[in-house]
Design a binder for this molecule. Sequence first.
Ligand code: NAD
Ligand code: UFG
Length: 343
Amino acid sequence: MAKKILVTGGTGYIGSHTVVELLQKDYEVFIIDNLSNSHISVLEGIEKIAGKKPHFTKLDLTDKFATEKYFNNHHDLDAVIHFAALKSVNESVAEPLRYYKNNLESLINLLHNMITKEISSLVFSSSCTVYGEPDKNPVNEKAPLKKPASPYGKTKQIAEDILQDSIISVDFLKVIALRYFNPIGSHQSSLIGELPIGIPNNLVPFITQTAAGIREQLKVFGDDYNTSDGTCIRDYINVVDLAKAHVVSVDRLINNKSKEHFEIFNLGTGKGYSVLDAIKSFEKVSGKKLNYILVDRRPGDIEQVWADVSKANEILGWKTEKNLDETMLSAWNWEKKYRGIQE
Ligand code: NAD
Ligand code: UFG
């Protein structure tokens, strides 16, 4: 019998790519999403790629009664991957209560119901934002956590604390927290991808929308950092590679391979690239000159952070397959297909 996996936030960017990978590994997938930051049409793309459909329920995980009702009807789930959260750093500074309420209430409701129904396996979406500005790079999982610059980042730290505390009191609960670095790119089919609502905050969708003529000009935030070319350095990880790490994590939990009840893994490529490197990569693979300008630093940005991924490589047996150029091309192909741009 196919194992049943609940994917919260499964119509979102990383969730949709993970649902595809799960379906392709013959898991039966159940999505919960309130569609606050995704479109129902994503389900069509998923079905076209995987040749089968996930189950979908529109539900807000902060709704205690609706969540409880859902679990009463789905008490036989084998594992849960919890993506559902609000994720805009800027927005979280402007509306902290909305972020604390959404991201923490949804986690608490989910955990409560998992515990009640004795569903033991949970994969949680965390972020490298918990490291703040690391003392050294590449950063490994033992690095001290720094106070995050935004309420969004704080929700991830608090969520990890909630999970760590929960495994102490509930002996059957097993959690894997995955700390993503910077996920970018799209599925190679271009049938699903990153679709930010409104003006993108993140670099890569801003690059592709500028090249597509939707944005006039990319602003590069800061050229006076203490890095090789003065711009910030990040670890850009391909979203399909990232999605595959979730399947490996679910397998690990379901097959009782975890060494501890709470495990943390960094998910990145292990390589840092500057903003200008990312632009050069885009220009190379697209053959287009990007209209960009160097401007002042963006408040709250970390100067440089990239991952030590040896723990995920060794223990999960997972590693990234796609490089920056391939991933940038996938992002551009998705943008072109979505906007109907012919070249
Ligand atoms: P996304 O916004 O595309 O997907 C999140 C999904 O969750 C959306 O479809 C949204 O509608 C849904 N959702 C939000 N609140 C909900 C609620 N209360 N009930 C039900 N559904 C709800 O974001 P993403 O980029 O796919 O990120 C997925 C997860 O990974 C998030 O937890 C995010 O914080 C984390 N993360 C993302 C990044 C990144 O750069 N994309 C980096 C690190 C961590
Ligand atoms: N950048 C620009 N111009 C832009 C957008 C971004 O120069 O228009 C720069 C930023 O200053 C930064 C780099 O590009 O140096 C990457 O910025 P992103 O906004 O794409 O990503 P961040 O590293 O700031 O943050 C992202 C997510 C967070 C998450 C974090 C770590 O937005 O939610 O990665 O996973 F926590």
